[in-house]
Each structure stands twice: as structure tokens, then as C-alpha cells.
Design a protein around this ligand. Structure first.
Ligand SMILES: [Zn+2]
Length: 98
């Protein structure tokens, strides 16, 4: 997706209840509304949880806009670290903001 190349992370905003979520679904998981818009996140967030597997850190990032997504990190991160999306071509990866 073009957005990832600029480090922006698309998400879905429900018009009915204002709920924001990452995964593409045909209905809002909260109010089951179908008026869903694609918005672009700043790409900034905070590490919410982490798991390490073979030296790679995976986990959930709570984005500035208030939705969460599962991702992998470049380098080591701790819970509570500020992170940002790395511009790339596929799904978002995150690294710690210095
Ligand atoms: Zn909704």
C-alpha cells in the first residue's frame, strides 16, 4: 500500500460510533455499523505489549489515534516506549523513537 511508504498507517473509522480499528472488516466490531471510512494515522504510538521470539520483538502498539495493532519491531523495545511506523511496502513495522 502506498501509505506505508510514507510511514502512515491506514485504519478504519466507524461513522456510526467513532470506533477506530485496524483490521479490515465489513462491519464495526462495536456497533456493527457499515459506514466505515479509511483514515490515515500519524504512524506514532506506544508499545502496549511485547513478546520476543528468536530475538525478534512482536507485540501490540496503541496508536496515537486510539486503535491498536499487532506488529513486529525493529530492534529491542519495552512496554511504554514511544514508537513510529517505518516506511515500507508491506504491513507496518515499528521502531523506537529516539
Ligand atoms: Zn461503530
Amino acid at each position: 500500500m502506498e501509505e506505508f511508504k510514507r510511514g502512515r498507517v491506514p485504519y478504519i473509522l466507524c461513522e456510526g460510533c467513532g470506533h477506530r480499528f485496524f483490521y479490515v472488516r465489513d462491519r464495526c466490531p462495536k456497533c456493527h455499523g457499515r459506514k466505515l471510512n479509511v483514515e490515515l494515522s500519524s504512524g506514532e504510538g506506544t508499545v502496549y505489549s511485547i513478546t520476543e521470539f528468536n530475538g525478534v520483538f512482536y507485540g501490540i502498539v496503541e496508536m496515537k489515534e486510539g486503535f491498536r495493532l499487532y506488529t513486529n519491531f525493529r530492534g529491542e523495545v519495552k512496554i511504554g516506549d514511544k514508537v513510529k511506523a517505518i516506511p515500507g511496502k508491506g504491513r507496518p513495522e515499528f521502531e523506537r523513537v529516539a
